[in-house]
Write a protein of this length. Structure first.
Length: 577
């Protein structure tokens, strides 16, 4: 007689359940129940020899560990994570207050753990490095700079990365490392090697590892800088200060601190005396609410800002070439503290074509700059923006690159010069180097070989799909339910409408001229506009705008042209639909 053995266990059986259990165990051990933790999903890959990344801001969330743990973990183990190669990261330090507004390093108020990030080592080697360094897990310190110095020492001792900023995100244990998955790299599980939830050690055990981080070194240099001498201001400067004070008085809630800071920065820069400024602001806005203590704190921060400006000017004078400036952990390989690439333009020696080529390389590296209908466009989130003039181009480039303009006497960081912007916009060779978009769509489309286009830019078809990944269905249940209440005159009319719905997802086959649809009814309120809007949603992912009919053909053509110029490919005439 055959006997079947049946085992019953409370351990999760699926891979997804085991991963969620690992993440839950880790987060519970690391954070207190009421800690506010940020979870962010990021895709990372290499393209053209450069590291690139994309953040899914829709799935970025802030959660309290105790009440929200299971709910938010379920959000990040979904098919979308796998389909879009997303890595799950968490904020090492808890956030506080309102979500979305406390995600910068200087805003961190609580440190629950120390960390370092070691790449390209085995688990055994990493553990051995920790053992050799005699590192125990520590507790929180009230001083951010002190913590960063310890983190810098730990990283230096065991060969970790420079991931010591307090707003750092680390990959969540239990999730998959999907870096470069879009290029075919196999995802690697992030394992929780050892976790003792109740184990805590005093921070003093790590103090021997403390070294001065570049942030601390810079702070010392800033403190050594002299402040502008107090002097009698001119009438023009008095008027300008009065304008800033007035702006501070009428500033909206949420913008008052910035306006107050601007007042103090200008006053210090122009040599105003602190007491004279206080006498002018003590009765307005947050100065009146916070009193002298708030003013002194704002003045102190503004003084530090003035010292930083002084230091940066000295460093700029010492370094006129790209990459010579001192670097800190917030700098990239270009030596630029903003983290941006630097393009140096020497007016006497740099060829214009060389500068234009460097600009194009930078635009390509962003992953969002493309050419469409002989125009430069920039794609951000689900919007496509046309770059039509030099000001728009300079504004776009300033998000990603700094320009150092060198002359015989000095070097200055400035926006992209207008003469260069105009030249680039009219240089068809540089424009042709950008990825060409033949079709930009918000809803799913098929290629000519019946391949469903994935989200993002598809090089093979030159189609940019700015939407979510979807799974096709094998029946018409939803279409039948959608159309059952419309009174089509004949089955042929319904078939024609289905043909137009199909056309919306086959739009790449209509490069150039696009098909048009005319709805006709024997009375109002039959649903003609709704049917047209359904097609618009299929085509653009949203309702379309309406354009009033004008019997003047030339005027009507201008309206249609303006509509298309704004990037609205689908339109309807409210009098003819």
């Amino acid at each position: 007689m055959a006997v079947a053995e049946i085992k019953i266990t409370d351990e999760p059986q699926s891979l997804e359940a085991r991963q969620m259990k690992t993440a839950s165990e880790f987060l519970t051990a690391l954070f207190e129940p009421d800690d506010l933790v940020i979870i962010r999903l990021i895709e990372a890959w290499t393209e053209g020899g450069k590291k690139k990344s994309r953040v899914d801001y829709k799935l970025t969330g802030y959660y309290k560990i105790s009440p929200d743990r299971n709910r938010f973990l379920s959000l990040y183990w979904t098919p979308k994570v796998e389909q879009e190669f997303l890595n799950v990261y968490f904020g090492v330090c808890p956030r506080f207050g309102r979500a979305e507004q406390f995600d910068l390093e200087w805003q961190i108020r609580k440190v629950v753990t120390l960390w370092t990030d070691i790449d390209n080592v085995s688990v055994e080697e990493a553990l051995q490095r920790v053992a050799d360094a005699k590192l125990p897990p520590p507790r929180l310190s009230p001083s951010a700079s002190f913590i960063k110095d310890i983190l810098a020492g730990i990283a230096k001792t065991i060969g970790g990365d420079h991931t010591i900023d307090l707003s750092r995100l680390l990959r969540l244990p239990g999730s998959l490392n999907r870096k470069d998955q879009r290029n075919g790299k196999t995802p690697v599980p992030t394992e929780l090697v050892r976790c003792v939830p109740g184990l805590r050690y005093p921070l003093s055990m790590f103090e021997p590892f403390k070294v001065e981080s570049v942030t601390t070194e810079r702070a010392k240099k800033v403190s050594a800088m002299p402040l502008p001498t107090v002097r009698k201001p001119t009438n023009a400067k008095q008027d300008r200060l009065a304008q800033l004070i007035a702006a501070s008085e009428i500033a909206a809630t949420g913008q008052r601190s910035e306006a107050d800071f601007a007042v103090c920065c200008y006053a210090i820069e122009q040599g105003f005396d602190a007491e004279s400024v206080w006498s002018r602001v003590e009765t307005i806005g947050k100065f009146a609410e916070g009193g002298k203590r708030y003013f002194d704190l704002t003045w102190k921060n503004a003084s530090y800002n003035a010292q930083e400006v002084c230091l940066d000017k000295i460093l700029d004078q010492k370094s006129t070439k790209k990459g010579n400036a001192p670097q800190n952990e917030d700098e990239d390989s270009s030596g630029n503290s903003s983290g941006k690439e630097v393009i140096t333009i020497d007016e006497s020696t740099t060829f214009v074509g060389e500068t234009l080529s460097a600009v194009t390389n930078c635009m390509i590296a962003t992953g969002g700059c493309c050419s469409r209908a002989d125009q430069t466009v920039f794609i951000h989130d689900d919007k496509i923006l046309s770059i039509l003039n030099s000001a728009e181009l300079a504004g776009l480039l300033n998000q990603f690159v700094e320009f150092c303009i060198e002359t015989e006497k000095k070097s200055e960081y400035k926006p992209f010069p207008t003469s260069y912007s105009n030249t680039w916009l009219n240089n068809h060779i540089e424009l042709s180097r950008l990825p060409l978009i033949k079709a930009y769509v918000h809803n799913p489309v098929y290629s000519e070989d019946w391949r469903l286009i994935a989200p993002g830019y598809d090089k093979q078809t030159c189609i940019y799909y700015a939407g979510d990944a979807i799974e096709p269905r094998a029946d018409t249940t939803h279409i039948d339910a959608l159309l059952r209440d419309f009174c089509f005159k004949t089955p042929r009319d319904r078939t024609n409408y289905l043909g137009m719905m199909l056309t919306m997802v086959l739009i790449p086959r209509f490069i150039g001229s696009k098909p048009a649809t005319l709805f006709n009814g024997n009375q109002p309120e039959l649903g003609k506009t709704i049917l047209a809007q359904i097609l618009a949603v299929l085509r653009d992912g949203r309702r379309t705008e309406t354009i009033s009919y004008n019997p003047n053909d030339e005027e009507f053509e201008k309206r249609l042209g303006a509509h298309v110029r704004r990037g609205k490919p689908t339109r309807q005439d409210e009098h003819t639909i």
